[in-house]
Design a protein. Structure first.
Length: 302
């Protein structure tokens, strides 16, 4: 039976980094992964980050719906249509505000019997764990039904902080194994069993955040990316996009994590939607986004 592993975790926790790690390791061991990505506005942008690791026919992007509720049928149908492979494994990345408990409850209903019951892996950002303000409940909810908890963002954290976070997540999910990414044993993941212990219910609406996106004109330099990211309100939990810098043929991918850190790296290929920026979180508004872009461009031009 083909294993289904769903990767959950708060915005910016490191889900994509874990997926890239898993795809490389599974491929090295002769597995053929199928990847499903879910995001608010533009999952296709994220999908293109994997084209150098996995064939495009084995990547499916689900955009604009929440797979833990309104998008669950589309997700389930997508899984059921996955081609049968000799040594297949399905990896799903949920968007960063998914209600992981609801997703775990509903995904396994109606799947073809060639698939094993879905299991979850949670990514836990040690540096920012439970520093989300009013979103702390959502973050803690996301780890409750996972079979494996992977610790990330360990840099610049003390041993005391790491121990404190481990103790907290053990209380929320005492049955899950807690591990560092580099210690993952790929051969054991397909045999993970779904969590069955009771969980604490959460108001599902807390998993629904506003989002919007906008086209990006050609930017004068990479500093303009920082200007856009830094000018957006702190209430915006996640900023990411793909930009074209004047004089550069390649596109540039960028993101602002909930802690405010901005990261820039090369983008693989040409985005099928063109240069865009996406924002997620309370206060996400197309007018605010457009005004921020225009102001940043005008400031750079001066």
């Amino acid at each position: 039976m083909e294993a289904i592993i769903t990767i959950v975790g708060f915005l910016g926790a490191g889900k994509t980094t874990l997926l890239k790690f898993l795809i490389d390791r599974f491929s090295d061991e002769g597995w053929e992964p199928f990847l499903i990505l879910n995001d608010y506005e533009n999952a296709y942008m994220d999908a293109q980050q994997f084209v150098e690791q996995i064939q495009s026919k084995n990547i499916k992007a689900l955009t604009g719906s929440c797979i833990c509720c309104s998008g669950i049928s589309e997700l389930r149908n997508t899984v059921n249509r996955i081609p049968k492979r000799e040594k297949g494994i399905t990896l799903i990345e949920a968007n960063g505000t998914s209600d992981a408990c609801s997703l775990n409850e509903f995904l396994g209903v109606g799947l073809n019997d060639r698939f094993s019951p879905p299991v979850q892996i949670s990514v836990v950002d040690v540096k920012n764990w439970q520093k989300r303000g009013k979103h702390n409940e959502l973050e803690s909810n996301q780890i409750q039904v996972s079979s494996l908890l992977v610790l990330t963002h360990l840099e610049h954290t003390t041993k005391e902080r790491q121990t404190s976070v481990i103790n907290e997540i053990k209380k929320l999910n005492p049955m899950a194994e807690i591990i560092f990414m580099n210690d993952i044993n790929i051969s054991l993941l397909p045999a993970l069993l779904p969590a069955t212990h009771p969980v604490q219910e959460m108001d599902h609406q807390k998993a629904h955040l506003s989002s919007c996106s906008a086209d990006l004109p050609t930017l004068p330099d990479s500093q303009c990316i920082h200007a856009i990211c830094n000018a957006l309100p702190k209430s915006i939990l996640r900023v990411k996009g793909c930009a074209q810098i004047k004089g550069e043929s390649a596109y540039t991918y960028f993101e602002r994590n909930p802690d405010g850190s901005v990261h820039i790296r090369p983008f693989n290929g040409i985005p099928i939607t063109g240069a865009k920026v996406l924002i997620i979180g309370p206060g996400s508004n197309p007018d605010i986004l457009k005004k921020t872009i225009d102001t940043s461009l005008n400031t750079s031009a001066q």
